[in-house]
Design a protein around this ligand. Structure first.
Ligand SMILES: *[C@@H]1O[C@H](CO)[C@@H](O)[C@H](O)[C@H]1NC(C)=O
Ligand SMILES: *[C@@H]1O[C@H](CO)[C@@H](O)[C@H](O)[C@H]1NC(C)=O
Ligand SMILES: *[C@@H]1O[C@H](CO)[C@@H](O)[C@H](O)[C@H]1NC(C)=O
Ligand SMILES: *[C@@H]1O[C@H](CO)[C@@H](O)[C@H](O)[C@H]1NC(C)=O
Ligand SMILES: *[C@@H]1O[C@H](CO)[C@@H](O)[C@H](O)[C@H]1NC(C)=O
Ligand SMILES: *[C@@H]1O[C@H](CO)[C@@H](O)[C@H](O)[C@H]1NC(C)=O
Ligand SMILES: *[C@@H]1O[C@H](CO)[C@@H](O)[C@H](O)[C@H]1NC(C)=O
Ligand SMILES: *[C@@H]1O[C@H](CO)[C@@H](O)[C@H](O)[C@H]1NC(C)=O
Ligand SMILES: *[C@@H]1O[C@H](CO)[C@@H](O)[C@H](O)[C@H]1NC(C)=O
Ligand SMILES: *[C@@H]1O[C@H](CO)[C@@H](O)[C@H](O)[C@H]1NC(C)=O
Ligand SMILES: *[C@@H]1O[C@H](CO)[C@@H](O)[C@H](O)[C@H]1NC(C)=O
Ligand SMILES: *[C@@H]1O[C@H](CO)[C@@H](O)[C@H](O)[C@H]1NC(C)=O
Length: 393
């Protein structure tokens, strides 16, 4: 396959993809600690569809968002950087694999000829193997930064005690009581992610599907969207409630910065994650001002694209798009700080100050001195443990 070279199109894209449908899981409402669940055939299909969708946007020379010089059919693994949260079950890591199968499907074009003249095609009709960096829970807090973060737990306590939350609990009470028979043993407090239980049962349990009263699924979703929007945002851009995106932003900024360099090979950076960073991202970029409906939980196999292009003055620009799951066919143009496109410099300028770019900085931002690799750092200058000292970060 000859790659098309054009001056139009994108320089590269950073994609944040949510995993696909999965089995049930439990998330502690007071810590948000959880382990991942397992992907289902439905989840694999959703991610494969997302991959095909992205292929049609970014690897199609006829698309206005075609990425310049990217290999279209036979993958060039140097052009992709894929990272997935691998803690616990397999749902996020396997979602990345399913997405990649849709992005670069099997092709006979990938066959090779050996010195002795025999041609060889990879298994499964030319399956293309793309490496994925799997980030384990113990390796780095970058993709699970809310877990075992003391300040985030304080934030949860504050949210649950707020008058807005107490009011919403009162409003939700009749529904939560009516829902109780459909929750198995699950606590029907508004703090709990009851939507997840309802959704998994509704998807996989025939009796449940046939007996759950109409609108209960939607109502459960409504309250889950509201709670999560409060939990994973904060009154300030640099608040601890925004931590899911604050620890992911460094990778985004570094990846976009790398793409501006002549020596760069990576054209597509894919971060396979759960729903939390989407919520914080839309808040810290003010995207929810123009599109208030995106403040809730993104559906399975949702994607955010941060597209890098160059304007006629030669400046690098970033533009954000969003697709809310496989049900939605719309790849929506969002705004960041009121604009559909902003220069990379201004993107970095607006967000650089809120990033948490290392485990050490995470430990300080969370007041964690023991878990998640924090015990190796020296806290003698910690302003909280030792208020007269100056910080050593
Ligand atoms: C695409 O390739 C052409 C020709 O090699 C080169 O001039 C151009 O800078 C490349 N563009 C990108 C974004 O890599
Ligand atoms: C939080 O969850 C992770 C796995 O997802 C586990 O390794 C860790 O021990 C849990 N922490 C607590 C305090 O339960
Ligand atoms: C060519 O090499 C491959 C791999 O070693 C082998 O499987 C195949 O039998 C060889 N073919 C011939 C004609 O020698
Ligand atoms: C909570 O409800 C009370 C009584 O309806 C109202 O006065 C108050 O403004 C509400 N607070 C918030 C934060 O919504
Ligand atoms: C349900 O959760 C709430 C809030 O965490 C707690 O106050 C209550 O005791 C729990 N109920 C049961 C039955 O465990
Ligand atoms: C399926 O749903 C029914 C009705 O709510 C419930 O009684 C049953 O325990 C559920 N089955 C499983 C396997 O969860
Ligand atoms: C950026 O490029 C440097 C140098 O090639 C590399 O070490 C680093 O991993 C890249 N970072 C990202 C996020 O692409
Ligand atoms: C961000 O979240 C905070 C706290 O939930 C909220 O007060 C604020 O209005 C949100 N900002 C935007 C732009 O949505
Ligand atoms: C995605 O769509 C669902 C409905 O399917 C909605 O409840 C949710 O708030 C939407 N999320 C975002 C981030 O737009
Ligand atoms: C973001 O929105 C808030 C209002 O929620 C506003 O005060 C702030 O100036 C906006 N920031 C930018 C950079 O547009
Ligand atoms: C990481 O953040 C600190 C401030 O918290 C900053 O001094 C440092 O330059 C950043 N490092 C990188 C590589 O961006
Ligand atoms: C931070 O944690 C230490 C214990 O590790 C505790 O003594 C201190 O009070 C905490 N700081 C804050 C502000 O909660």
């Amino acid at each position: 396959m000859v790659n098309t070279t054009t001056t139009a199109g994108l320089i590269g894209v950073v994609l944040l993809a949510r995993h696909g449908d999965r089995t049930a899981y439990y998330q502690d409402p007071n810590t948000y600690n959880s382990t991942q669940a397992y992907i289902t055939p439905l989840g694999e299909t959703q991610e494969f569809e997302l991959g095909s969708f992205l292929r049609n946007i970014y690897l199609n020379p006829d698309s206005s968002s075609f990425i310049q010089n990217i290999s279209t059919d036979v993958v060039n693994v140097d052009q992709l950087a894929v990272r997935a949260d691998a803690g616990g079950g397999n749902v996020i890591l396997n979602s990345a694999y399913a997405l990649l199968q849709g992005l670069y499907p099997s092709t006979s074009k990938s066959e090779m000829t050996l010195a002795n003249g025999t041609t060889v095609l990879s298994p499964l009709g030319g399956y293309q193997y793309v490496p994925v960096e799997s980030l384990e829970f113990w390796q780095s807090p970058a993709l699970t930064s809310w877990m075992e973060c003391e300040y985030f737990q304080y934030h949860l306590t504050r949210i649950y005690a707020s008058s807005a939350f107490i009011n919403m609990s009162t409003t939700a009470a009749p529904f939560l009581t009516a829902l109780k028979p459909y929750l198995g043993g699950v606590n029907n407090s508004l703090t709990n992610m009851i939507y997840d239980h309802v959704n998994v049962q509704y998807t996989y349990n025939k009796t449940y599907y046939e007996t759950l009263p109409p609108t209960f699924l939607e109502q459960a979703r409504y309250y889950a969207d509201w709670v999560q929007r409060n939990v994973f945002t904060d009154s300030a851009q640099n608040g601890v409630g925004q931590i899911p995106i604050r620890t992911l932003l460094p990778e985004i900024i570094w990846a976009l910065g790398n793409m501006t360099k002549a020596s760069n090979k990576v054209k597509m950076s894919i971060q396979e994650i759960d729903y939390k960073p989407f919520i914080s991202l839309f808040n810290v970029t003010n995207a929810t001002l123009a599109d208030p409906d995106i403040a809730g939980i993104a559906d399975y196999a949702s994607v955010v694209a941060l597209e890098l292009s160059q304007n006629s003055q030669g400046q690098h620009e970033v533009s954000m798009k969003f697709k809310n799951g496989t049900e939605s066919s719309q790849f929506r143009q969002l705004t960041m700080f009121g604009n559909t496109s902003i220069t990379l410099d201004s993107f970095i300028h607006q967000l650089d100050t809120i990033t948490i770019n290392s485990t050490n900085n995470w430990c300080f931002s969370c007041n964690q001195t023991v878990l998640r690799g924090c015990s190796v750092f020296n806290y003698s200058n910690d302003p909280f443990l030792n208020p007269t000292a100056t910080t050593n970060t």
